[in-house]
Design a protein around this ligand. Structure first.
Ligand SMILES: NC(=O)c1ccc[n+]([C@@H]2O[C@H](COP(=O)([O-])OP(=O)(O)OC[C@H]3O[C@@H](n4cnc5c(N)ncnc54)[C@H](O)[C@@H]3O)[C@@H](O)[C@H]2O)c1
Length: 266
């Protein structure tokens, strides 16, 4: 099989779906996986209507065995080739930590962290076998500094940040690159009913296509990004400014800025 291939989790809706269609437009064979099989069917139709190729199937990213099976099935159709893995599936739980059910917090940790570990672990042999491969995972602006009212979500995105940085070093010798994508709030189903201090103070300004465009860029970096071995990809000006600010300011100031932003319109 000559075309490049991408395996995307959480592909039925939101950012994952836009990324799937964007890769298809570039000629990639797209593997779209999700727990929402109705959404996947319409994704497959959308890609095929564009003249693209899509393989879709059920995958709950928290199930390591199912993840390995879906990857084996997908790569069986691509001659073993896996150019890009996109660990996109994730959920967001907002609210005061002590008021959330512990089972809800555990579910968020399972999907957002174990789901990413499962994907990276299962995809490793295929990424290793494919020259120039990259594993991309969805971090978030909440990986810059712990976020009030999103405490556990923000902690899961710090996990994504760290595992991306670490494996990029470990797997460099196999020719595998890693990348993390850092959007601030994006208008998807995830943020539809979310209201926190920072949604008030910062707004929800990005659309899912803005993020998908950056995912595709991270998969196919330009010369400058290649030369600087870019791992972290911010989306939008607000995140770029917040990330830059936290890099150059003392930790007490970063805390103060985050505290002010968290109080938003409250
Ligand atoms: N929307 C935002 O504001 C925002 C900001 C920063 C980062 N992100 C991250 O981007 C990613 C995608 O978010 P989105 O806004 O597109 O969300 P979304 O809710 O619109 O879509 C998420 C998709 O993931 C699927 N999914 C949920 N649990 C799953 C599981 N266990 N296994 C497989 N699929 C599962 C859902 O069915 C859905 O299709 C997430 O990792 C999220 O944390 C989102």
């Amino acid at each position: 099989m000559a075309s490049k291939t991408v395996f995307i989790t959480g592909a039925a809706a939101g950012i994952g779906r836009k990324a799937a269609v964007s890769f298809a437009r570039k000629g990639y064979t797209v593997g779209g996986y999700d727990i929402d099989e109705v959404g996947l069917k319409s994704l497959k139709d959308e890609i095929e209507d564009l003249g693209g190729t899509a393989v879709v199937g059920h995958l709950n990213v928290t199930d390591a065995d199912e993840f390995a099976e879906r990857l084996a099935e997908f790569t069986a159709t691509t001659g073993g080739r896996l150019d890009v893995l996109v660990n996109n599936a994730g959920i967001l739980v907002a609210g005061k930590f002590e008021e959330l059910k512990i089972a809800t917090i555990h579910r968020e940790i399972d999907i957002n962290t174990k789901g990413v570990a499962n994907g990276l672990h299962a995809a490793f042999p295929y990424l290793k076998a494919t020259k120039g491969s990259v594993a991309i995972s969805m971090a978030s602006a909440s990986a810059i500094y712990g976020q009030a009212e999103l405490a556990s979500y923000s902690a899961t995105k710090h996990y994504v940040r760290a595992i991306t940085e670490a494996l990029d070093i470990e797997w460099g010798s196999y020719g595998i690159r890693l990348a993390a994508i850092w959007p601030l709030y994006v208008q998807t189903a995830m943020t539809e009913n979310i209201k926190t201090g920072t949604t008030d103070s910062l707004g929800i300004k990005l659309g899912p296509q803005d993020v998908a465009d950056v995912i595709v860029k991270a998969a196919e970096p330009g010369l400058y990004s290649k030369l600087t071995h870019q791992i972290h990809w911010t989306v939008g000006t607000q995140t770029a400014l917040l990330a830059m600010g936290s890099r150059f300011s003392p930790i007490w100031l970063t805390r103060l800025v985050n505290k002010r932003l968290a109080h938003g319109g409250h």
